[in-house]
Design a protein around this ligand. Structure first.
Ligand code: FAD
Length: 323
């Protein structure tokens, strides 16, 4: 089923939905563990789970394989990320054909980052320059087969974040208009980049609505789990960190447990503010870990960890070797 339809059903029922993002682990053992974790997390009823496409297309086969198993063995509505980096048209087509064959109906269409070691994004021969081209391609060649989600950036895409306030304002609005083009080309849903300043998200949604974007804009929430991870991600994504959060973390940065507990508390507060403001649902960047994401959802009353997770059909399967 398309995610947009599942979301609309939740909205109609007045029930906030939630979803979990995972990435492809590096080892076979990691993949096995991921399925166990997904099984547990899926039993709490996320509207969908998604799996990322490794930078530069580095995990293409593995991402496709995991996506197939998520949809057909973990039995959770699955969205696969797909990027244009290092992907000529025939490879994109092959990936989309496979998705269709696996019965997966949801794609997150992305340009992608440059491969490791390269400064800027370059178009591969016979490939696409931006997510907009990929959205157009999917709609032109696959009609309504897929629900298409795209990325949105409450603080603008990191490539265009500059110090000069006038130029920054111009770049931000270019990004907002460009997002509108992605929606007009056939995307039906937006998931945002992570943010820690909730007011930025609210402003972004307001600005998107002002240019006529009506698609749901789902906030992407990354619970802080480790100080190092937080610094790396906010640095890479050029995410602004409110001074109070920076100061709080600085004071506890050497205490792993305290950082984790702070991440849960902050994540809960952020999500509560988002839900109170009427967001239809929450997208959690799990980093393949369950404790923080589930603790936040439990604090919000969206899951009950005391309830024994419902066993899912694939548990009977002896192994999860590649399809
Ligand atoms: P685009 O939407 O194409 O935009 C990139 C930038 O170029 C923007 O500033 C945009 O305004 C500008 N631009 C492009 N074309 C035009 C145009 N025609 N006119 C005006 N401006 C234009 N990366 C991965 O490698 N794998 C993943 O699985 C992955 N998942 C992600 C999930 C989410 C929710 C998000 C927010 C990001 C994810 N990324 C992932 C990172 C993403 O690939 C990078 O941020 C990448 O640099 C941009 O991808 P995009 O789809 O946002 O690009």
């Amino acid at each position: 089923m398309k995610i947009i339809d599942k979301m609309n059903a939740s909205i109609k029922e007045g029930k906030p939905f939630f979803s979990f993002e995972f990435f492809p682990p590096r080892t076979e053992e990691g993949v096995e563990n991921l399925f166990d974790r997904q099984d547990r997390m899926a039993s709490y009823g996320p509207t969908f789970c998604d799996i990322t496409w490794g930078a530069g297309g580095s995990t293409a086969d593995l991402t496709l394989d995991i996506a197939a198993k998520m949809q057909n063995m973990v039995c959770v509505e699955t969205m696969m990320h797909l990027t244009c980096t290092n992907m000529p048209e025939e490879k994109l087509r092959d990936a989309l054909d496979k998705l269709k064959g696996y019965g997966i109906q949801n794609v997150l269409a992305l340009r992608g980052d440059p491969p490791k070691g390269q400064e800027s994004f370059t178009v591969v021969e016979g490939g696409f320059a931006c997510a907009l081209d990929l959205v157009k391609y999917i709609r032109a060649h696959y009609g309504d087969t897929f629900g298409i989600c795209v990325a949105g950036y409450p603080e603008a895409h990191p490539d265009v974040i500059v110090d000069d306030p006038e130029r920054m304002k111009e770049n931000y609005w270019k990004d907002v208009h460009y997002l509108k083009e992605k929606i007009d080309a056939g995307a039906d849903l937006v998931i945002t980049q992570l943010f820690y300043d909730v007011e930025r998200y609210f402003q972004f949604v307001k600005d998107c609505r002002s240019v006529g974007i009506t698609a749901p804009i789902i906030p992407g929430v990354m619970p802080i789990m480790t100080y190092g991870g937080f610094k790396r991600m906010t640095g890479f994504c050029k995410t602004s960190v409110p001074p109070r959060i920076a100061a709080d973390l600085e004071a506890i940065k050497d205490n792993e447990e305290a950082v984790k507990a702070y991440g849960i508390e902050l994540g809960t507060k952020t999500c509560r503010a988002l839900l109170d403001a009427g967001v239809p649902g929450l997208h959690l960047y799990t980093l393949n870990l369950e404790a923080s994401a589930l603790a936040i959802l439990e604090n919000l009353g969206l899951v009950n960890k005391a309830q024994r997770p419902r066993p899912l059909p694939w548990r009977k399967a002896p192994s999860h070797k590649r399809l």
